[in-house]
Design a protein around this ligand. Structure first.
Ligand SMILES: [Zn+2]
Length: 69
């Protein structure tokens, strides 16, 4: 099972690499990375969802740049 999944992933990656230039691939990966990082920063530092806010509250105050109250 793991072997067939690994083969499929390698095959998909080879096809994607052959379709995209190295520069375009870099931009797509960078965009995906920055989107995920931005979403995680927003979720952890700016979201008002109580469970996340309470968990990150002390960290927000340590940063002293993210007011929460
Ligand atoms: Zn606070």
């Amino acid at each position: 099972m793991v072997t067939s999944t690994t083969v499929l992933l390698k095959s998909a990656r080879l096809r994607l690499d052959s379709l995209l230039s190295e520069e375009l691939s870099f931009y797509l990966k960078s965009t995906a990375f920055m989107t995920v990082v931005g979403a995680l920063l927003y979720l952890s530092l700016a979201a008002d969802y109580p469970a996340v806010h309470d968990a990150m509250h002390d960290f927000r105050h340590v940063l002293a740049i993210v007011p929460c109250h």
